[in-house]
Design a protein around this ligand. Sequence first.
Ligand SMILES: Nc1nc2c(ncn2[C@@H]2O[C@H](COP(=O)(O)OP(=O)(O)OP(=O)(O)O)[C@@H](O)[C@H]2O)c(=O)[nH]1
Ligand SMILES: [Zn+2]
Length: 363
Amino acid sequence: MAETLRSRADNDRVRVLNPRSAARAVDALRRGWPIAIDGLTVLAVETADADRLAAFDPPASGGVLISSGRAVTLKLANQLEAADPTAPVLIDRAPWIDFAAATALADPQFDLATPLKGPFRTLPVPHPHAASAALRLARIAGLLPAFFLGTGEPEVAITLADIDAHEDATRLTLATRARLPVEGADDAEIVAFRSPESADEHIALLIGQPNGEPPLVRLHSECLTGDVLGSLKCDCGPQLHAAIRAIRDSGWGILLYLRQEGRGIGLVNKLRAYALQDQGFDTVDANTRLGFAVDARDFGVAARMLTLLGQDRVRLLTNNPAKVAGLEATGVRVIERVPHHLPPNPHNARYLATKRDRTGHQF
Ligand SMILES: Nc1nc2c(ncn2[C@@H]2O[C@H](COP(=O)(O)OP(=O)(O)OP(=O)(O)O)[C@@H](O)[C@H]2O)c(=O)[nH]1
Ligand SMILES: [Zn+2]
């Protein structure tokens, strides 16, 4: 008996400390199951339904957690408080806030179609660190950053440290490499990287032959719409192909294809941002109105890949000073920034102007 109890306790400890549990928590959130983060039990609004909510928070008094970027639109936080749009804001779950009302609260896409009723009342956030961690995990899971708080049995219990481990670039290793002739560089080699935490495999394309000079490097963040479908809304597709040619013409270099769709908010949330852009908001405001940072990417992963490839000094092909700073902060010297500007089209002209005017891109 004592033995059984001890092994159960051991199992629980393993479960809590196991870094894989951040991936299990992501899975649970996407399936609409409750999770606990540092003792705060939450259910994602996006994947809940009325029955799950009733089982999770029977007295309907647990509150709804959203991010301050969203709260500003709802006039529940001021611009100053939303300097960090991902900071947590807790809304009192008044009796009329049922599942449908909470969905409208969480998702700004429906603001025009279904104006919110209110009034809403904010409450002090009981565990701010756990609440921030929950919002961060929603971004990692590609879900809207909004949760019910409640008392239902959590499927997985994790800690902030588990989420840190999930995003820890030092856990990335080189998995395999092969020759890959591509349009514009028929002598290229592809190198794949993976971490134990995530199914997203980053890749590097090595172009040309090392010549003793620092490589010309491009950090390309995944953009399914631009890279694969030829979207004209952004400049990703043309930038991808022009980068391969520029690297080839420079003698040698590396293109990193980073699985950071939508500047790190995931495909579905990027498409939600596009829906807000259809309503007139620019790329910056669309992200913050959804409750995300303008740019949620961590370029530490790119630095780690370059380090694994033996490169600690690079020339960087970018218009974005944040990429230069991101690499420098994690130990890769950027000896030169090489502009990577392509002609606008009628569909992306405003997007490019917003990058120039609001996110510090240098054109
Ligand atoms: N959230 C969001 N992501 C977008 C939008 N448009 C493009 N993206 C994403 O932005 C990323 C592309 O950015 P990059 O090509 O790295 O460009 P950048 O940061 O502007 O920097 P440089 O091109 O290097 O100057 C991809 O992950 C796209 O999916 C948008 O309107 N909203
Ligand atoms: Zn794009």
